[in-house]
Write a protein that binds this ligand. Sequence first.
Ligand code: LLP
Length: 448
Amino acid sequence: MHSFRYRDGKLYCEDIDLARAAESFGTPLYIYSAGTILDHFDRLNAALAPFDHLVCYAVKANSNRAVLKLLAEAGAGFDIVSGGELFRAIKAGADPTKCTFAGVGKARDEIEYAIDQGVYSFNVESEAELEYIDKIAGAKKLRAPIALRVNPDVDPHTHEYIATGSHENKFGIALGQAPAVYERAAKMRNIDIVGVQMHIGSQITESAPFADAIGKVAPLVRQLKSRYGIKFFSIGGGMGIIYRRALESGSGKWWHDHSGESSAFSVRDYADAIVPPVRDLDVRILVEPGRFLVGNAGILLTRVRYIKESSVKKFVIVDAGMNDLIRPSLYRSYHEIVPVEEKIRPSPPSSPWLGRGSREAAGEGGMEKVDIVGPVCESGDFFALDREMPEVHEGDLLAIMSAGAYGFVMASNYNSRPLPAEALVRGGQLALIRKRQTWEDLVRDEAE
Ligand code: LLP
């Protein structure tokens, strides 16, 4: 479920009129729904209620402190991948003893900081890293809690850039090698073996790969439990969400959500797949969702600057660019794009999704095919190509849906464009949670 709905033809986030939000804070503007994030968190917790578990939110998906604070107050732990993420999480009120530290290239200062803060576990990706952590903990006369990230070699059927659980990827230690590495770890003086971890990829839209991977790792978990008394098994994140037709319209039913669920397969499907294979392991189960909690809870609001028609195409040039939301350019990922003000009311006689010639003009109440592009100087700077849209005009506001995960966090200053602002909605309250950068900000840290 998410809380973006049309009311009388105007798009709202919870009780906030998005056109008003754009007037208050300008565009491009990320807007997140607190209610949606908490609803997703609660659903996942409820589905995992049959066993001892901890939901460790993957901070990389959206690391604004206001978002972290919401989740920390709801009782979440955090999956962090850098010293910076741990710093943010602690600043947001996170309990470091509920934080796991993942990542293939942890640096000395990051490891020291995480040991000092008392993180729950280092999720270790190689023997070299294990030795390094042992050495650093030894210098501090402390012991570092570790879990090995094992690679179960399962194909998650997702985009190649975000598949992580096969032997072809740089992540984790092959399952077959893991017992020997654990044996080495057991002999290290400054290492405590506390768990085992896996993560097979992101935006996974079926439950079978999760069940397969758990099934493959479960025998190791049992062995480690009896040999070293491990406390937890983290099964990673990766639950996919719905990107297509992510929104229900009040009148025209142009955009509709399949089921009211924000995951591509429901939380129930996920729980049904993972509960049976983990139920008898008798260790705490950790999950590390990022996208599932925040993806459909956020949008990017952008305003149409110009309409440009060439002989073959109509371009809608908006004020957001690939520097603000890189997912369409980087992964060719699909994001629903909808008008903030619905201009078209009646349902068309046939499917609005029927393709038409790109130069065919939109009739009264009709649809047209356009490319929605940004102002950045790259042909890859697009949000949608050949997208069927209701007629769009200069000055219109558009909402790029499902932009709450891997949106702002992957933004950059490319083309010297200031980072966009972020706002959080809670019921009828709208709060600016990150100011838009200024041109001054762009040069502030450079040498004169
Ligand atoms: N745990 C680990 C070890 C991870 O590497 C990741 C994501 C997660 C958890 C959270 O995965 P999620 O539940 O969000 O799928 N930028 C890409 C996604 C990169 C994911 C990287 N790792 C995108 O925009 O699709």
